[in-house]
Design a protein around this ligand. Sequence first.
Ligand code: F0G
Length: 445
Amino acid sequence: MQGNAHLKCINPQCGIEYPIEYTSVQCEKGHLLDVKYKNKPSPELKEIFYKRRNSEGSIFNESGVWRFRELLNFCQIDTEDIKECSKYLVSLDGAEGRQSKPYHMSKAADFIGISNENLWLQPEGYNPSGSFKDNGMATAVTHAKMTGAKKIVCASTGNTSASAGMFAANEGIKCDVYIPAGQIAPGKLSQAYQFGAQIVEVNGNFDDALKQSLDDAQNHDGYTVNSVNPFRIEGQKTIPFRALEYLNWEAPDWLVYPGGALGNISSCGKALMELHEWGWIKKIPRIAVINSEGASTLSDLYNGKFENEKLRWNDGNPNTELISRYYDHLDKEGLRPKTKATAIQIGRPANILKGLRALEFTNGIATTVSDSEMLDGMSVVGLNGFDCEMASGATVVGIKKLISEGIIKKDDVVVGILTGRQKDAMIPVDYHRNSENKFAIPPKN
Ligand code: F0G
């Protein structure tokens, strides 16, 4: 045990620290937490990470998450000791993150209007449970196990529940998943059942389900594995790590993600802050987060569409009253998040403050795209022989929109994350049956 990792409240005025075994997802004043490391990893590890791609029989080298284990060593183990790794690190036999890396996709580049060399798209849908969630679930369940948890709990728009269910089944622990009834893709729901999770149907949307799951976890000794859990964020840092590694640690100009609860951009921001602080990267890529038009909380607040004030992290002094007033306004007007891309149908992004911090650090931006645009984005990815779901299509059309607005320049290098694979079989079927859709290939009879 090296004793260098701990938890720290993200609010600079508060900054309370906790030992690494702490299991609440917030500090006693209700702020989110970060995992902090005292040591500064040597850039020579880049060589070791690269060599581990030849796994030499170790599942922890095969894993696209644990390959980078020195940069997420909250278990504080000897990372070269295979016995310690086996004892502590939770893995789906090395499969999490293993197949994820950025690709060129020429048809997507043509559609976007960027050169093929400058566009990289990284499918996370080839993770074992079919989405980027496995990256963070490996680390969250590692912490759950380390602290003796018997049951993991989450709320989900589908992918989190599939991932949590898969890991829980593998580890032989219980799993409760809270889902907004009738609002998740059938393929995701069936995964949760298949892996033996206890489904709790909530009458309401994801925001309601999250509230209920957090309350129940606290009252019934459950361990929360949603992205408000700081250990989830640690594993998801490996998404940009893999992208950067494939670009020889030459930072791109942009990293683009769809935005839901904002765990992903929070982890990307933390990864970039750490790499920059350690001197591993000089340039800081800008993060672009793409909301659906029907669930646009971050974009609305960030772009000053509510009360004409642009919400910012503001060096740790964000105007949280503005956020509360925005939520009150949604409630008063009966405005519920609404998009066919149910994965990102979220009105109250639980990581909004970490998301704002990430945008401030990277000079990031937020924008929105429509449902029909997302379907086109999803479909053009398919034409390159890659599979992604509708929410991931937001990345492609978000890049297109930002290029057309001149925000992303045509010679910028852009990495877009395709967050999950298709789990709603009828979405592409319906898209292609309608000949008016841009990329539709309707059936013949
Ligand atoms: N893309 C997909 C495919 C997702 O499933 C999610 C979130 C997101 C993007 C948004 O990511 O929350 O980090 O901003 N799905 C969660 C779930 C909420 O429950 O599966 P985020």
